[in-house]
Design a protein around this ligand. Structure first.
Ligand code: FES
Ligand SMILES: [Fe+2]
Length: 390
């Protein structure tokens, strides 16, 4: 019999989220608001493209290149969306409606054809800019109330940061990017990444290098980082062929919307951006350590990850269809031993929802709901659902 390396971290039976939480409109609205209360992983730091994104219900323009920035993706004249599809990063963007030209470093208007515009006018018609912070190989944005920036909970001494520093991912270069549309709820995508029980059945090829029985629990004490790894990695996929990639493949989730595979030679990362309860857009990238892969290996690696991702998306969509057809008040049944990472994700979601509700209640000067207990698994789910309007 094959060894099972993971040890249970919880005891007793566990329930996941209520089924309706994957398709309820009111729940989705509450989550979208919660996104605005957090620093959100948005794009890779070495991106050389401009990405139109939807985060926290807002249209965002993520501008890579030498001076990364994030702006509202709407012209300040009549509101036309500035960029519809990802494109090469450039210093200027021209609105397609009346050709106003914007400087993508400052967001200033630099040209308004057929209209006289003085400095004051240009200043008053700057694009709205969002705060940005760099964390290893990622940029995170904040899209909420400007007067109340929360602290970013991933600091320099955080386990994720330390691990990425050890892998030196900050020196990797983005070599491929892609977008995947998913007809399914955003939480199912993150949960699917954390559910490695499906690797042998859904990803037989991935299972060659990252075998189910080689998974090792890698979470840190706090809830805010959910991670595991496979060690050792074994031959059978393009991952194993990279130069000096090490003998472990790391899996990390940064709440709420980012997951990645990484080793000493590469990162394949996915930003999960919800559009509606049943629609999500994934922005994916592959970055590699300079010299770790030939152009052909990069091609093979990207194709490999794209295939794995499509296999995942097919299952996420299938689960979404299953949940939608069922009774909304049922709970997903999680298994302690294999689903401990999903349990952490559920607990983290509950914790962040409660924090957001408390902050909102305090802002409105009303009685705040009770703080979560030390053991997030004991939060009264009915109470939280009631608060979320379910
Ligand atoms: S709406 Fe953009 S230039 Fe008029
Ligand atoms: Fe998968």
């Amino acid at each position: 019999m094959k060894k099972r390396l993971l040890q249970p971290i919880q005891s007793g039976s566990q329930t996941g989220l209520q089924w309706s939480e994957y398709f309820s409109k009111s729940k989705f609205k509450a989550e979208t608001n919660m996104f605005r209360n957090l620093w959100i992983p948005a794009f890779p730091s070495s991106l050389q493209e401009t990405w139109p994104l939807s985060i926290g219900g807002k249209n965002i323009l993520a501008c890579g290149g030498e001076h990364p920035r994030m702006f509202e993706n709407a012209c300040t004249h009549r509101g036309s969306k500035l960029v519809e599809k990802k494109c090469k990063a450039s210093k200027f963007t021209v609105c397609p409606y009346h050709f106003w030209k914007f400087d993508m470093r400052s967001g200033s208007v630099v040209r308004t054809p057929r209209i006289e515009s003085d400095c004051e006018f240009k200043e008053n018609h700057k694009l709205r800019q969002f705060p940005l912070k760099k964390l290893c190989h990622l940029h995170l944005g904040y899209f909420g109330n400007e007067a109340a920036h929360p602290d970013m909970w991933w600091s320099e001494d955080h386990a994720f940061t330390q691990k990425m520093n050890r892998l030196n991912t900050g020196s990797f270069e983005v070599v491929r990017t892609g977008e995947f549309n998913v007809t399914g709820n955003w939480k199912l995508i993150v949960e699917n990444f954390l559910d490695f029980l499906h690797v042998p059945s859904i990803h037989p090829t991935l299972n060659n290098s990252s075998a189910y029985e080689n998974h090792i629990h890698d979470c840190t004490d706090g809830l805010d980082h959910i991670a595991f790894r496979t060690e050792p990695t074994t031959p059978g996929t393009p991952i194993y062929e990279l130069k000096d990639g090490g003998n472990a493949l790391y899996f990390d989730v940064l709440f709420p919307n980012y997951f990645q595979f990484s080793d000493k030679a590469h990162v394949f990362g996915v930003f999960v951006n919800p559009i509606s309860p049943g629609e999500t857009v994934e922005s994916a990238f592959l970055s590699v350590r300079p010299g770790a892969a030939t152009p052909k290996q990069i091609e093979q690696l990207w194709d490999f990850y794209s295939d794995v991702n499509k296999e995942d998306i097919a299952m996420v969509e299938r689960v979404h269809r299953g949940l939608q057809g069922g009774k909304g008040d049922r709970h997903m049944q999680l298994v302690d031993y294999v689903d401990q990472h999903l349990i952490r994700f559920r607990d983290l979601l509950r914790q962040k929802e409660t924090e957001f509700e408390t902050a909102t209640a305090a802002m409105h000067n009303s009685t705040p709901p009770p703080m979560p207990s030390d053991q997030p698994t004991t939060i009264d789910i009915n109470y939280v659902n009631q608060q979320a309007g379910i």
